[in-house]
Design a protein around this ligand. Sequence first.
Ligand SMILES: Nc1ncnc2c1ncn2[C@@H]1O[C@H](COP(=O)(O)OP(=O)(O)OP(=O)(O)O)[C@@H](O)[C@H]1O
Length: 198
Amino acid sequence: MIKCEKINLSFPKQFICKDLSFEVFAGESICFSGPSGKGKSSLLKVLMGFITPQSGNIQIDGLELNSDTIAAIRNKMIWLPQNSNLPVDSANELSDLLQMNAKQVERFQQFQDQLGVRECGDDKSFAEISGGQKQRIVLAACLSLDRSIILLDEPVSALDDYSIDLLFATLNSLPNKTIVSTSHNKKWIDYCNRTIEL
Ligand SMILES: Nc1ncnc2c1ncn2[C@@H]1O[C@H](COP(=O)(O)OP(=O)(O)OP(=O)(O)O)[C@@H](O)[C@H]1O
């Protein structure tokens, strides 16, 4: 469970939120929505501990997020950044980068199958595939690590409706995952249990 209380966050040139409180229950899927530049990605980075708000309290599974707990908390999570420029050029290189064990590699291939990109993952470099195919391969990698909390920044930005349906079917096959995402996509927003509007 994620519990955020009275988060105050501003950058020098951008106010993000004042006294923002919310909870995300285990197994729930929520989406931050709102106009571009409002701070959706920044809030995911707050949950990862990459950005520290000016004030407020964040608890993940009962652990208060601070320098002592950050490693343990990050081990519970996987974060898909927006437009990630990965230092790899294929699914195989991605599994090496993430230091996947044999079971995770097997799951990675299963998720690529489920998301309709196994052939791309097996045979092609990232330079040879589309943005949507790459996004599905990176999503498959995220899911294969089997973390209980999944942070997805614009996970369907490059996907068509058919691919989004494949993703929903894949996520529905995974029990007890807590998903915190950002999106402008209506189909994704409708899929999530709840929206937090910024
Ligand atoms: N580290 C930072 N330092 C200063 N300003 C920042 C920093 N990170 C983000 N910002 C600013 O905060 C605002 C919110 O950015 P953020 O990426 O969180 O928005 P967003 O809602 O996710 O936008 P989009 O929908 O376009 O992805 C932007 O104006 C951005 O320039």
